[in-house]
Design a protein around this ligand. Structure first.
Ligand code: ATP
Ligand code: MG
Length: 140
């Protein structure tokens, strides 16, 4: 399979605890290359656009409040089968269900404050990368 790119976020619960480096080490050890990365503080409205697919869910307001509560680190990760590989390295959405050795099992605080985001399909990966990164940031 060809090299693939996926989009990743180190969420506020993790940046608050200064875990960006520890999480990046797990991504790299798992076989992913961080090809673009920046630390930003998004607004609640920007979080709402990013998570628009969940707009009708009961946790949507809480999720957007959380994602805009502190800086996040947005990333583009590259590797063979990167989208699926990153989901494996992250672990299940709810840390209680995540496998040992995954990021969420190791660091997530709860279902909501679960430390990382990762794209779930090629279409969403492309959309999410384009939402946060300009073409010039993605060269090389
Ligand atoms: P992400 O999209 O952040 O990578 P995911 O794909 O594993 O996570 P989704 O179903 O897309 O999970 O949910 C998006 C995010 O919304 C979750 O990561 C979590 O932070 C939050 N979330 C999901 N379900 C709940 C819930 N029942 N209560 C509170 N927060 C939730
Ligand atoms: Mg998701």
């Amino acid at each position: 399979m060809a090299l693939e790119r996926t989009f990743s976020i180190v969420k506020p619960d993790a940046t608050n605890r200064n875990l960006t480096g520890a999480i990046n080490a797990m991504l790299e050890a798992g076989g992913l290359r961080i090809v673009a990365q920046k630390r930003i503080h998004i607004t609640k409205a920007q979080a709402g656009v990013f998570y628009a697919v969940h707009a009708e869910r009961p946790f949507f307001d809480e999720l957007c409040e959380f994602m805009s509560s502190a800086p996040i680190v947005v990333q583009v990760l590259e590797g063979e089968n990167a989208i699926l590989l990153n989901r494996e390295i992250m672990g299940a959405t709810n840390p209680a269900d995540a496998d040992e050795g995954t990021i969420r099992k190791t660091y997530a605080l709860s279902l909501g404050e679960n430390s990382v985001h990762g794209s779930d399909a090629p279409e969403t990966a492309a959309e999410e990368i384009a939402y946060f990164f300009a073409g010039l940031e993605l060269v090389g």
